[in-house]
Design a protein around this ligand. Structure first.
Ligand code: ATP
Ligand code: MG
Length: 283
């Protein structure tokens, strides 16, 4: 299954004309972003001076050891946490404005579906909260369930689905909001490797088909390389950015065979080196 990516056409036209490709608009801009959690014993510094720019259509993975602040960074983008200092803008707005405009969809590590609602009614829930008429809610839910390959499961309850299918429901729920930005926190972390490969393939096709900007948290180097246009390697707490790795030496259209290629291995090696370097700071 192949889908054109909306940016491909623009870049091709620009290179044919011999001009520089135009720069994609900035979706997320973080400057010197720090966050300290006040806790009962001593404050926990979760993020330290993070600088990051994410452009429209990017697929950016955040990778780093447990507790390094990946979820915190995602939650700051989503306005679920306020930074202690520094600057963050989402499409030029504050995270609060972006949240109120429903610019992003959030996929949590656990699918967080309501067991008493059917699959379709889980996907429709945020649309109900938005006050969308029933017919529109149903149409959007149907479209998104089709996108994630769950036609025929609309009337099932979440507990009647596998873990991978539940995660696809939560991706459909996030997409139903028609967000510019999709934030995903280790959505496939709890799945077996074969299911994960399948969902990675599905996700990369979905990304190319929709042209969404994605920020994706993972612990898996292979998953990060397979999915991303750029990989952000973070240090152990307090989370700092150690390396930002461009994956554009890989084709935009990704197949699982790509994981056997030397380009893939070279990027994976650089991620691994970055993670190792971060760990040596603790010695
Ligand atoms: N609400 C909170 N109050 C206090 N400390 C917190 C809070 N949330 C996270 N932390 C601390 O901040 C640090 C970063 O946490 P965060 O959840 O962002 O890490 P992470 O990189 O997502 O880790 P993991 O890979 O295990 O999910 C951790 O040391 C954690 O204990
Ligand atoms: Mg986390």
């Amino acid at each position: 299954m192949t889908f054109p990516h909306p940016l491909d056409a623009r870049e091709t036209t620009a290179s044919r004309q011999g001009s520089e490709p135009s720069v994609a608009p900035v979706v997320v801009e973080a400057r010197k972003l720090s966050l300290v959690y006040p806790t009962a014993d001593k404050p926990v510094m979760a993020l330290s001076e993070v600088d990051l720019t994410i452009a429209k259509g990017d697929f950016v993975s955040l990778i780093g050891p447990s507790g390094c602040g990946k979820t915190t960074l995602l939650r700051v983008i989503a306005d679920l946490e306020r930074p202690t200092s520094g600057h963050i803008a989402i499409e030029g707005m504050t995270p609060e404005q972006a949240r109120l405009k429903r610019l992003y969809g959030y996929v949590f590590q656990a699918p967080a579906l309501y067991p008493w609602r059917t699959v379709e009614r889980n996907v429709m829930l945020p649309l109900e909260i938005m006050g969308l008429p029933k017919a529109d809610r149903q149409q959007r839910a149907r479209e998104q369930l089709e996108r994630v390959g769950l036609v025929g499961f609309e009337r099932k309850f979440p507990w009647q689905l596998s873990g991978g299918m539940q995660q696809r429901v939560s991706i459909a729920r996030a997409l139903a909001l028609q967000p510019d930005l999709l934030l995903m926190d280790e959505p496939f972390g709890a799945l077996d490797e074969i299911t994960r490969d399948h969902l990675n393939l599905h996700l990369t096709q979905l990304w190319r088909a929709t042209g969404k900007t994605c920020v994706f948290v993972t612990h898996s180097i292979a998953e990060a390389v397979f999915l991303s246009t750029r990989i952000v390697v973070m240090s152990p707490r307090p989370g700092r950015i150690l390396d930002v790795i461009d994956c554009n030496s890989l084709p935009r259209e990704r197949t699982l065979d790509l994981r056997e290629s030397p380009e893939f291995a070279a990027i994976a090696h650089r991620v691994r080196e970055g993670l190792k370097e971060g760990h040596s700071y603790d010695d």
